[in-house]
Design a protein around this ligand. Structure first.
Ligand SMILES: Nc1ncnc2c1ncn2[C@@H]1O[C@H](COP(=O)(O)OP(=O)(O)OP(=O)(O)O)[C@@H](O)[C@H]1O
Length: 433
């Protein structure tokens, strides 16, 4: 369990990728737009604890883990390991860090070299770091294999001769070879059958107690997180939205994203199964162009309407989604007339067809009945689209419905269980600003 000083301190860590710009972008001389994989995350990992990093695929978990291990160069930010600045390390200090901080990858099939025996695989870090005599290294490999539940007699065999769970044990033995203090476990059980997952997690638990290890466990699987973590950091689109003790995260989640993640976990009871398989609605926005303010607001079921707007959440969501489509110009105006029998000529419909256009378009883009005062504003916006005034249409909606969630980025506080959400801002007043 955790105690005392943090072993790892991550401060405002940022990692952007520029590599994936398309050739077309480059030919057109477009300004490169980075993928903001990790966008200013801060957290501590205390000695002896397991911190879980959880979030949907693509939210930046692996990049955060690799960058804090200095397997990737950071774009900005700081990481301290045992009170040393990781990005300033050089020479023997860097070598020491490379021994003290190890990683176990998800896929035990691709992370082990198929041409090497498992004895060679586990011994490799000892050879690279030139630890002890050859004889002692051999002995250590035998001990390690036994310790992770394999037989030392198997060290001349090749990875393909082992099951997935056994290969992951080999990966763990290799990570432990240099007696590290800290392990990043990147989806260590995701490629394994459920029955084998618990065995590997139990092994990791035992090893942690035996060798005083500190873990950062990266997983999209909340049941894995719950099984083994002391604290949990929840990531969404490159940011940490909530962090806290594992029971608090599971029993009293604060951020609507955490709540949604928990909702999507399949539960054991039959009647709940179907509902619980639902995933969070809406597409994950691109990390090249994340939403302003709170990044989860485009999918959030609790987005905050302006103070003076009385509206139920589903209506508000429908209007916010419509506004987004208008901003992205993601509505085919030309085809609206196909149902109504009128024409869209030179980007506009005639005055006479305007009411029919608005009605036909509304049926397409809003799938619910709106209260009259909101219906009126939406019709006003849609009428702007009758003459392709996209910007004015978006303005009509934003001037009435702009949310604090899009105006201001919520801060993650420093208490023991903070959530970066305006619903948890201290002063009610401040969220309306
Ligand atoms: N080398 C790279 N070049 C460009 N973009 C990258 C690179 N590596 C990751 N990304 C992008 O960064 C974002 C975060 O990826 P990352 O793998 O860290 O997420 P993740 O939460 O670990 O997801 P997963 O569980 O699917 O690996 C994604 O949009 C991904 O496409």
């Amino acid at each position: 369990m955790s105690s005392g000083q943090p072993l790892v301190r991550v401060e405002e860590l940022q990692k952007y990728f520029w590599e994936q710009d398309s050739i077309l972008d480059r030919l057109l001389g477009a300004e490169p737009v980075p993928v903001r994989a990790v966008d200013g995350v801060s957290f501590d990992i205390y000695r002896g604890e397991t911190l879980g990093l959880v979030g949907e695929s693509g939210c930046g978990k692996s990049t955060a883990g690799e960058t804090l291990l200095r397997l990737q160069e950071p774009t900005d930010g700081h990481v301290e390991f045992d009170e040393h600045d990781v990005y300033e390390l050089a020479g023997s200090e860097l070598t020491e860090f490379r021994r003290d901080a190890q990683v176990v990858f998800q896929d035990p099939f691709s992370s082990l070299d198929p041409r090497m025996t498992i004895g060679e695989i586990v011994r490799q870090p000892l050879d690279v770091h030139n630890v002890d005599t050859v004889e002692k290294r051999r002995e250590r490999v035998r001990e390690l294999l036994e310790r992770v539940g394999l037989s030392a007699d198997q060290l001349d065999r090749y990875p393909h001769e082992f099951s997935g769970g056994q290969r992951q044990r080999i990966g763990i033995a290799r990570a432990l070879a240099l007696e590290p203090e800290f392990l990043v476990l990147d989806e260590p059980t995701s490629a394994l059958d459920v029955s084998v997952q618990a065995q590997v997690l139990n092994l990791l638990d035992e090893l942690q107690a035996e060798f005083d290890l500190t873990y950062l466990l990266i997983s999209h699987d909340l049941s894995v997180i719950r099984h083994i973590c002391d604290r949990v950091a929840v990531m969404y689109l490159g940011e940490i939205v909530e962090i806290g003790p594992v029971e608090a995260i599971f029993e009293e989640p604060k951020h609507p994203y955490t709540e949604a993640l928990l909702e999507s976990v399949p539960r054991a009871t039959t009647d709940e199964r179907e509902r619980d398989r639902e995933t969070i609605s809406g597409d994950v926005p691109s990390p090249r162009d994340p939403p302003s303010g709170c990044r989860f607001r485009t999918r959030c079921p609790k987005v905050i309407p302006p103070d003076d707007v009385e509206i139920d959440q589903e209506e508000y969501r429908a209007i916010m989604d419509l506004r987004e489509r208008i901003e992205r110009r993601d509505i085919s105006l030309e085809s609206v007339g196909e149902d109504g029998g009128f024409e869209f000529v030179d980007g506009a419909v005639s005055e006479t067809d305007l009411p029919a256009f608005v009605t036909a378009l509304k049926t397409r883009v809003i799938d619910r009945t709106l209260a009259p005062e909101h219906d009126e504003v939406v019709e006003e916006a849609l009428a702007e689209l009758a003459s392709s005034n996209w910007e004015r249409a978006a303005d009509v909606l934003s001037s009435r419905y702009e949310s604090v969630c899009e105006r201001r980025r919520p801060e993650l506080g420093e208490e023991s269980h903070p959530a970066a959400c305006h619903l948890h801002d201290d002063a009610e007043e401040s969220i309306r600003r």
